[in-house]
Design a protein around this ligand. Structure first.
Ligand SMILES: [Zn+2]
Length: 185
């Protein structure tokens, strides 16, 4: 009996290692204990069947083994062991899922973020996300505050407006002289 119990614990541990059983209730855990005990008993009975040299023993042991297999498959159904995810699969799915989200987020940002440069001093002043880029009247007006010469206290002061439509049609960037040279790749 001692060795069956030890084997039962080993079977139990392998279940817990291989399957995500975190949602099990107390009753499920009792069933799982039973299942492990049945597997451990089956192993010892199969050894005895192999060693058996009397027909009546063989017949008796085979019937016991069949009953145990029936019990085991019933419990496995009740616990839906076979439908449970193996731990490795679940973790792999999560990694794929997160990577996928990152790629989609980056793609979305690249599609939606526009770069607005000062047409006069060519400085990047804003990255803009228009919620309605197709609405033709949507525009932002910016006054460039870049300091051109700090000694003289001169600032660019260029005042300009850009529409979402213009940004959309020019690879998410505003048009100005020399803008094609700094187009984002
Ligand atoms: Zn400027």
């Amino acid at each position: 009996m001692g060795s069956v119990y030890k084997r039962m614990q080993e079977v139990l541990n392998s279940f817990k290692r291989d399957y995500d059983l975190s949602d099990m209730n107390a009753n499920d855990e009792l069933l799982l204990d039973n299942l492990a005990r049945i597997f451990a008993r089956l192993e010892t009975i199969e050894v005895r069947i192999d060693k058996s040299d009397s027909v009546s023993d063989l017949d008796r042991l085979t019937r016991i083994a069949e009953r145990l297999r029936g019990d085991a498959s019933r419990i496995q159904n009740d616990l839906s062991i076979t439908r449970r995810q193996r731990k490795g699969e679940k973790e792999e799915d999560l990694v794929t899922y997160i990577t996928d989200i990152k790629i989609r987020a980056k793609k979305m940002l690249n599609e939606r973020l526009s770069y607005v440069y000062c047409p006069k001093c060519k400085m990047l002043l804003a990255t803009v996300w228009f919620l309605y880029p197709d609405e033709k009247r949507n525009a932002v007006r910016i006054k460039c505050g870049r300091v051109i010469d700090s000694d003289e206290g001169i600032i660019c002061n260029h005042d300009f407006a850009v529409t979402s439509q213009e940004l959309k049609e020019n690879k998410n960037m505003n048009l100005f002289e020399g803008s094609e040279e700094i187009l984002p790749t």
